[in-house]
Design a protein around this ligand. Structure first.
Ligand code: DX5
Ligand code: ZN
Length: 219
């Protein structure tokens, strides 16, 4: 059986409470912490940069899953690596020379991920799948938390699952957007390994209980 990994997104958490949030994520046994980096250009929203991430690094050993929704990821990825990113995920649509970015991330000893927006076909990544650690499938238009899960994106998950299993590649499949106790089981059945969840956890008055329910729903 595939082990489901959960990567809570702190996008919609209260940043004034970030230390408590990290303690809570430790208590919940979060597998990753998902950082949504947005630049106001690649997506119509702005969040944070490496300066905000860096002081959080000593607070926990939970790996930082860094989702770069930015233009020129080749320029900024090294700064996030320096700030403590463990998985560095760039967008296919924003990356000029994808093989060069993947190599740079790997040369820094980090895991490389590539993400595709809902309108980008899975086939654009087929030739890279053996050289990346994570393929991140967006199941909403990137930019904001709390949107509705786009079920047709599960076809992409099935495509990648088949290729990865057939060739015994090590790449993990991650899904991001609209994941909750109803959509997570569908995504698991389609072949997802890593589940990003923002509002399903931090939109709840009891995030710890919400995380427990999300975990329990994935089977
Ligand atoms: C959206 C981000 C997501 C977001 C998910 O652009 O990439 O990681 O935080 O939020 P929910 O789980 O609320 O859809
Ligand atoms: Zn994300």
């Amino acid at each position: 059986m595939r082990r489901a990994l959960i990567s809570p997104s702190i996008l919609d958490s209260n940043f004034a409470e970030i230390k408590n949030t990290i303690n809570l994520l430790e208590k919940m046994h979060a597998d990753f912490i998902h950082f949504d980096v947005m630049d106001g250009n690649f997506v119509p929203n702005i969040t944070f940069g490496p300066k905000i991430m860096q002081p959080l690094r000593p607070l926990t050993k939970i790996p930082f899953d860094t989702h770069l929704m930015i233009l020129h990821p080749e320029k900024y990825a090294p700064l996030f690596i320096e700030a403590g990113a463990d998985i560095v995920t760039v967008h296919q649509e924003a990356a000029g020379d994808l093989p060069a970015i993947i190599k740079m991330i790997h040369d820094s000893g980090k895991k490389a991920g590539v993400s595709i927006k809902p309108g980008t076909p899975a086939s654009t990544l087929y030739k890279y799948i053996d050289s990346i650690d994570v393929v991140l499938i967006m199941s909403v238009e990137p930019g904001f938390g709390g949107q509705k899960f786009m079920e047709p994106m599960l076809d992409k998950v099935r495509d990648f699952r088949q290729i990865i299993d057939r060739n015994k590649y090590g790449c993990l499949i991650e899904i991001d957007g609209g994941i909750n106790t109803k959509t997570a089981p569908l995504a698991y059945a389609a072949g997802v390994d890593i589940f990003v969840a923002g509002s399903a956890i931090f939109g709840s008055p009891d995030p710890e209980a919400a995380m427990g329910m999300l975990r329990a729903s994935i089977k």
